[in-house]
Design a protein around this ligand. Structure first.
Ligand SMILES: Cc1cc2nc3c(=O)[nH]c(=O)nc-3n(C[C@H](O)[C@H](O)[C@H](O)COP(=O)(O)OP(=O)(O)OC[C@H]3O[C@@H](n4cnc5c(N)ncnc54)[C@H](O)[C@@H]3O)c2cc1C
Length: 238
């Protein structure tokens, strides 16, 4: 009989599981939206006036940049001091793990995806900021996995991505200090599941009804430290 040794301190994060399931279930719904275009955004084609933003043939009252760690390439917000962290995950197939809706968290996580598939993660790396999976990352995850799972399993895939963390580990949500119709939604770091719904709601209420956004996520907090950089970038984008 196959056995699984899941040891004492186990934390279960149902919220994370439900969010991932929500995303998987709705991915195709989002993709079928007629207005959704999947292509590279060329910042230099963006025209900003006081009441409008224009991009190719599109015009809108506002634009919200959700560029993740690639915000460093956005001329309007590249002064936000990011501290991105690369992470790697494995997807494995196992009939021995009996997690259905719960996530095992024991210095790493095992998250059920359904059909005997599980996500195993994650590593942290601050130097090589790319989405290339490495042998080092894989070995680290396998070592952790093998410390709790004694039954055979199959590795289905191995992926890497970069977490958009900010130097003070707070999100960055709000409008540009100069251009009131340019917004940023970033800095979700390692906690997107918990932070994104809360701050997305705040941002929409702010844009539509001028409701306040928590001061501690205001992009302006970096303006003083980066004023020199900010001014030189603002000149370039005028
Ligand atoms: C291995 C790993 C494990 C994680 N585990 C957890 C976890 O357990 N719980 C949790 O809450 N969070 C976790 N996170 C963090 C979470 O994934 C991120 O916080 C979240 O994805 C950030 O969402 P985002 O949309 O702001 O940025 P991203 O997910 O980085 O998305 C930004 C998107 O913008 C696109 N983009 C950027 N510039 C351009 C451009 N010029 N044109 C077109 N597209 C552009 C990028 O290609 C990217 O698709 C993890 C992250 C990693 C890498």
């Amino acid at each position: 009989m196959k056995t699984i040794r899941l040891n004492p301190i186990q934390k279960f994060h149902k919220l994370k599981f439900r969010c991932c399931k929500f995303y998987r279930d709705n991915k195709n719904v989002f993709r079928k939206q007629p207005k959704l275009q999947r292509r590279n955004f060329d910042y230099h084609k963006l025209k900003v006036t006081e009441n409008e933003v224009n991009y190719n043939s599109l015009s809108a009252s506002n634009i919200i940049f959700c560029d993740g760690h690639l915000i460093t390439q956005n001329p309007y917000f590249n002064w936000i001091p990011m501290k991105p962290a690369k992470g790697e995950v494995l997807t494995i197939r196992s009939t021995a793990i009996k997690l259905k809706q719960d996530i095992l968290n024991k210095g790493f996580f095992i998250m059920p995806l359904g059909d005997d598939l599980y996500k195993v993660g994650a590593t942290y790396e601050w130097e090589q900021l790319n989405d290339i999976p490495t042998e080092k990352g894989k070995d680290e995850l396998l070592k952790k996995l093998n410390s709790v799972l004694t039954s055979p399993y199959q590795i289905v895939s191995h992926d890497a991505a970069v977490r958009p963390s900010v130097i003070d580990r707070r999100p960055v949500v709000g409008h540009h200090p100069e251009y009131k119709n340019l917004y940023i939604f970033n800095g979700l770091g390692t906690k997107a599941v918990m932070l994104a719904p809360y701050f997305a709601k705040q941002l929409v209420s702010n844009i539509q009804n001028e409701m306040p956004i928590d001061e501690e996520v205001n992009p302006n907090r970096f303006r003083k430290v980066n004023s020199a950089i900010f001014n030189s970038n603002a000149d370039k984008t005028d």
